[in-house]
Design a protein around this ligand. Structure first.
Ligand SMILES: N=CN[C@@H](CCC(=O)O)C(=O)O
Ligand SMILES: [Mn+2]
Ligand SMILES: [Mn+2]
Length: 319
């Protein structure tokens, strides 16, 4: 039984008198045990990983800021959307918060929902993947169950492949996942789109090459290359049964996303990110998504929160 009382207070906004003028705040419902399947938003209020990674803290406040911004966007969906509450990271207890998120996601997936996690620093990614992995593990145990082929698509200026033996943080989640895949005998399929060469050391590029990561740097993604990158992404997706999409908002240029720990001097504009996300959205394979690194302390005019809310809106348009 779900005993958490879900705080619906961020879901407030403009109310238009005309018919057919609904917004998210008028449609989203608190998740209940008997809710029909739909999109389930769950917050991960953590910046412990950012703190450990020498970043600017504040992302723990992001889930609430994101809900408040999404609240006012127009509702164009058919299927229901739910607020599934928050997982909080208390102090430096990151590992237990990631475990807790994993368990909550596993339950949401078992119930047939499509979870979207509102981070939180990018340490959210390890918890998101854990939830999906535990959900899929049960299917693998069935007779003839094969190792699941999970494709991770990360829009990010950073690989986040730092060595977790030096301590896990917002800079290590995909290295932690690679390790977990190795231990389980699962393939590790990772695409990192929007990487900044200036912001990732040679060691990180080498690790990405060793892990056969599909890499497209920030400057490589532009109007003239977009069609080719869509094709690259489609080819990546063909070899996966399930997709986990993770969006680190620092993939956007600093003018579009100033409210992050590490703003991007170059970045990849929302106008280029959206068509790529559409490929993932429409693939029929998307199981879990998260959006990371919003830091309301450094936002300007709510720009970053608006970009994040629009991405969620875009991602769930057909769901
Ligand atoms: N999740 C963020 N990861 C980046 C942060 C870079 C920075 O703070 O400058 C990383 O570890 O590379
Ligand atoms: Mn990043
Ligand atoms: Mn990141």
């Amino acid at each position: 039984m779900n005993i958490e009382v879900i705080d619906m207070s961020p879901w407030a906004g403009r109310e238009d008198p005309e018919p057919d003028s609904l917004r998210w705040h008028q449609c989203i419902r608190p998740l209940a045990d008997d809710s029909p399947t739909g999109v389930a938003l769950i917050g991960f209020a953590s910046d412990a990983g950012v703190a450990r990674n020498q970043g600017r803290i504040g992302a723990a406040a992001a889930p609430r800021a994101l809900r408040k911004t999404l609240a006012n966007l127009a509702w164009h969906r058919q299927a229901p959307a739910y607020d599934a509450g928050d997982v909080h990271c208390h102090g430096n207890a990151l590992e237990s918060a990631q475990e807790h998120l994993g368990k909550r996601l596993e339950r949401l997936l078992d119930a047939g929902h499509q979870p979207i996690v509102l981070g939180g620093g990018h340490e959210v990614a390890y918890g998101s993947w854990l939830g999906l992995a535990r959900h899929l593990e049960k299917q693998q145990r069935e007779p003839d169950g094969l190792a699941p082929r999970i494709g991770i698509v990360n829009f990010d200026a950073h690989f986040d492949l730092r060595d977790p033996r030096r301590g896990s943080s917002s800079g290590t989640p995909f290295a932690q996942i690679a390790q977990q895949c190795d231990e389980r005998g699962w393939p590790f399929h990772y695409a990192c789109l929007g990487v900044s060469r200036a912001s990732n050391t040679r060691a990180l590029f080498e690790r990405a090459a060793e892990l056969d990561v599909l890499v497209r740097e920030d400057h490589e993604i532009n109007r003239t290359t977009l069609d080719a990158i869509v094709l690259d992404l489609e080819r990546f997706i063909v070899h996966c049964d399930h997709l986990y999409l993770t969006i680190d908002l620092d993939v956007l240029p600093a003018c579009e996303a100033p409210g992050v720990s590490a703003p991007a001097a170059h970045g990849v504009s929302l106008t280029l990110i959206e068509p790529l996300i559409k490929v993932i959205r429409d693939s029929g394979k998307l199981r879990v998504a998260d959006i990371a690194e919003l830091n309301p302390n450094f936002d300007i005019d709510g720009r970053t929160a608006k970009a994040a809310a629009r991405l969620i809106h875009h991602l769930t348009l057909n769901a």
